[in-house]
Design a protein around this ligand. Structure first.
Ligand SMILES: C[S@@+](CC[C@H](N)C(=O)[O-])C[C@H]1O[C@@H](n2cnc3c(N)ncnc32)[C@H](O)[C@@H]1O
Ligand SMILES: Nc1nc2[nH]cc(C(=O)O)c2c(=O)[nH]1
Ligand code: SF4
Ligand SMILES: [Mg+2]
Length: 220
């Protein structure tokens, strides 16, 4: 089995519960959504150049780099054919696996894996244009190592995020992260909103890598 990898690199994780820790990133080609803010739209089309890499080849690369954390991202990594087998192979080799997923893919078939990964699952807010694709049945499967992330463009997105958290009791399952669409909303507005609504369960997160490197830079 091989997988369509558009880039792989070692960096600090700029997002999620392991932000600031070293991680290896494997970005898979292709996505079923088209969020209007997507910072990896170049990776989302099926004609994007990629390398077809095997489980063995990727594990050799990870081992050479002495990584512990592995983040599978994309595109939408959970749409990659055979990704469940790859997740099991990474888990049984001792890697700590995190999946960045867009909230549209049903997690039930991944939830029961022997080496269940940590999911950082977006709920696509109204301003993304993709909210209609959300699979809200996923919320009941989430564990404390998972995260629900709302990438917000506006106060209206924050209002929707808060309503979704209340409706699905997300804080009873896992942490809630709020992240600004880069350059589209001042993070101060998010903090002010959190203060105004006493939103103690939510956590603001800025994409750290976009402050360390030029925001458009790939491979970091
Ligand atoms: C590029 S996506 C790939 C994984 C998956 N397709 C998803 O949407 O979660 C990784 C993360 O980057 C976030 N993201 C993409 N573009 C962004 C932007 N312009 N500003 C902030 N976050 C962004 C997404 O919302 C998602 O949480
Ligand atoms: N440094 C760094 N951290 C990240 N965390 C999630 C990323 C992603 O694109 O999914 C990402 C990324 O692209 N770079
Ligand atoms: S789901 Fe993820 S990769 Fe796909 S368009 Fe949205 S942000 Fe980009
Ligand atoms: Mg990114």
């Amino acid at each position: 089995m091989t997988y369509p990898v558009v880039e792989k690199f070692i960096s600090i994780n700029g997002e999620g519960q392991k932000a600031g820790e070293l991680a290896a990133f494997i970005r898979m080609r292709g996505c079923n959504l088209s969020c209007n803010y997507c910072d990896t739209s170049w990776a989302n089309t099926m004609d994007c150049p990629c390398e077809f890499l095997s489980t063995e080849g990727l594990i050799t690369w990870l081992t050479e780099h002495k990584t512990k954390n592995v983040t599978l991202t994309g595109g939408e990594p959970l749409l990659t054919k055979g990704i469940d087998t790859f997740i099991e192979a990474l888990g049984s080799s001792g890697f700590s696996v995190e999946i960045e997923t867009n909230g549209s893919v049903a997690l039930d078939c991944f939830h029961n894996l022997l080496h269940r990964p940590a999911f950082t699952m977006d709920y696509k807010c109204p301003d993304s244009g993709m909210e209609q694709a959300m699979c809200t049945d996923n919320f009941s499967l989430l564990l404390s190592k998972d995260t629900v992330k709302f990438v917000v463009s506006s106060i209206a997105d924050l209002e929707k995020a808060r309503a979704v958290c209340t409706q699905y009791k997300i804080a009873d399952h896992c942490p809630i992260f709020l992240s600004p669409v880069f350059g589209r909303i001042d993070p101060k507005e998010i903090v002010e909103y959190m203060i105004e609504h006493h939103w103690n369960e939510a956590r603001l997160q800025l994409q750290m890598h976009k402050f360390i490197w030029p925001p458009e830079q790939r491979g970091v």
